[in-house]
Design a protein around this ligand. Sequence first.
Ligand code: S3P
Length: 427
Amino acid sequence: MELTPCRNPLRGHLRPPSDKSVTHRAILFSALAPGACVIEHPLIAADTLSSRHVVESLGVTVRAEQDRWILQSPGPQGWSKPQDVLDCGNSGTTMRLAMGVLAAGSGRYQLSGDDSLSARPMERVARPLRSMGIAVETQDGHAPVTVQGGVHHGTTYVMPVASAQVKSAILLAAVTALGATRVQEPYPTRDYTERMLRAMGAQVQHQEGFITVEPSSLHLVDTMVPGDPSSAAFWAALAALTPGSDLTLREMSISPRRMGFYRLLQAMGAMVTTERKGAEGDVGDIRVSPGQLAGVTVLPEDIPDMIDEVPLLALVATQAQGETVISGAHELRVKESDRIAATVKNLRALGARIEEREDGMVIHGPTRLHGASVEAAGDHRMAMMLAVAAAVADGPVFLEGAQHVAISYPDFFTQYHQWTQGQPFAS
Ligand code: S3P
């Protein structure tokens, strides 16, 4: 795809696509109790369809009606025996959370994924689940993965890596365990699993630095999915970098555990304001306009709250005065691509002054980016970051792999081209 520079101010309102993490959880958790539930505004994208496929293989039925899905679940006692291996596609969230969910069943379940997912570490989930007495097999630490559901017990697990997916898998298995489970994270990660399980009747508490789950009987609840801050971040970055912009991102998930990128954008000098909507819940609007940008230091404890936005922050840093140092981001090496290597390679091709570190990057700004050929490395978020870079650059950018946006944001390029053609955002 050829992308040309664009300086059109971003003005008005945009409701970003629905939150991927919340949609995955609403779908997968529906398998855990008998009954019906409604998901309002689910994200319909390749990744969340992988989660839908997994629960449908267990006997959950999903009926789509306007902007909602109505799910009917037999509960774990009534799960059907899947006819085939459960294909999780490109979705790490589907595979890792499903490993915890499947502990509630009584069968032997096999999970597979595409080449990218099959290269991602799965022992980080298998190990704590085994400590609960669940038989889990991996192939040299990777998918395909086999989980034998059945009787299992609680555990105490100190997580070596901050990962909401690993934490979620353990908490999900904990709900159907005999005895309590305690989990400790090195840094807090997104807490949708804790909140949603609590709403379903689980006893989830924070005690002495541990998240504690007691075995609980669950009931299904309806979920209203807000906008995804990680998808909205591409527009926020464009608004921060394009003079004359004043963009409001509406109905977003504004949990502090997802706001790291927005906090750093503000710390760099962009105008970022948040307006909470409604009395309860972390939902609100975020308004972004440009400012004089300066480099920042991103520390290991900052990473979990912006884990998926680090490549985008690196791009913004190429336009900021001074040095930006990002450290403690090893996890980026095992995402949908090696996001440190892919970011450095692509931004360097565009003329950025950027150094690769084992656990991050150092960016020297500001730099005028120029046109070049770049490659999404099979990674949806890399494709969208490079589209933002192309708009800021001085010459045409040839992007290989634009189709990967279908994983989390199928309409991204439709909206992007509307913007480059000077049409206002429809909200
Ligand atoms: C997610 C957690 C993060 C994030 C991913 C979604 C989740 O992964 O990168 O896009 O929904 O729990 P890790 O748990 O591996 O950090």
